[in-house]
Design a protein around this ligand. Sequence first.
Ligand code: BES
Ligand code: MN
Ligand code: ZN
Length: 495
Amino acid sequence: MEFKAESGAGRRTRTDCAIVGVHEGGRLAGSGPSIDAALGGRIARIAAAGDFAGRLGETLLLPDLGKGPAARVLLVGLGSDKNWSRRSYRKALTSAAQATLKTPASNALVTFADAEVPDADTYYRARYVTEQFLHVAYRVPVIRSGKKPKAQSLDTVRVIASPTELGDVRRGVRDGAAIGTGSSWTRDLANLPANVCTPTYLAHAGGRLAREHRTVRCKVLSEREMRRLGMGSLLSVTAGSAQPPKLIVLEYRGRGAKADPIVLVGKGVTFDTGGISLKDPGGMDEMKFDMTGAASVFGAIKSLAMLDAPIHVVGIIPAVENMPSGTATKPGDIVTSMSGQTIEILNTDAEGRLILCDALTYSRRFKPREVIDIATLTGACVIALGSHNSALMSNSDDLANGLLAAGKRSADTCWRMPLAEEYQEQLKSNFADFANVAGRDGGAVTAACFLWKFTDGLKWAHLDIAGTAYVTGAAKGATGRPVPLLVDYLLANLG
Ligand code: BES
Ligand code: MN
Ligand code: ZN
């Protein structure tokens, strides 16, 4: 799908589908009135007659309009003026995209992207159009015999811009397309079953990305190399698996990037059975999503490469499978991490932190200006925050505030939770430097506090995306989060 900025709407406009935003009470948003004038006031009459109430997300398709500016018009409810916000704007876009994709239109024109929104400027309004259309148009990779999914007819979406804001709209659709494409790749990788998406598969995906973009390099460390580096904690997680572990290092350096890198570390557990501390069977299939942190690092770097963003970013992806077997790590086993600190593994299901701690230590060789790890780390995070916010923990207020702000701007929000010594005390062990679990209470925080022990001298943040990375139920699948948050943050911190 292609996205373009279009200056104004009027008699000369030609489109398969004009998408017109209507508020409750009948007011048309943005360039809606110009389209309606070209249609002889038909939309205003429909609203006045009560055939379209303008409730948020409601849609009405007017097909067969003959010769005028639009072969069809899609009315989209924007809700009350009083509640008009970034949230209602994005919700209206989602409905608009869903309804447009059901029509045979091959191009569409969004005529309300130039309407003022209290908490979204021109750039973001255009960016959201692109992101939402790509999000809705996304189809999961379905492995079904025979059936082929129906091709989508929509290939071009144009976004209305007032002539003075054409530049901002162009930037918005360009960045939105890159973020949308990156997120879609993240979703693809995460949605694949674990018998396809193994650590080796992820390593090949990294290689593919490096072949597609001259600015990306990919290096993959084998088990032997990890052993030589002393990654005893990471390797303990893979001890029961027949799949070889991989440490994937992606380096993106955009033209003109001179600063030390920002390192992104993504949890890549391609399947988490829990190991010997085996999980309950109900819903265990969802543990194929336990590599979404890794997938979001792939997606974010893909977005940056598409944009040629002048920034230096290193992605580190520890990719392993957590399985029980005769060779698996047992509760009570003690391992030595790459940092030299010893860990008593009291629960083999708390494996994310065991691979991330060695990846964090490894990140030091890149002299990072900042390190951000992204992980579906704890069920406790889902209990604490549900599916709307990722959890954010950081040893730097500056980094935390940057991520919180990027989350708001990109509508991919996170919520800060504490790090504190008191929680770290819960990790004490009778036999090693500390244990890998600290009991049920404050589970998301104690997991972050475990990682904190490996970040001395680093400016570091942790994102627990267990609640935001995928949805369960009928629409089960990856969301592509937190790619919008990460890319927004990185674009605001070029160098
Ligand atoms: N991958 C899980 C966390 C998870 C759980 C993500 C549910 C998404 C949904 C992680 O490896 C895990 O098993 N964590 C344990 C930690 C516990 C043993 C301290 C958990 O959350 O139960
Ligand atoms: Mn686990
Ligand atoms: Zn896990």
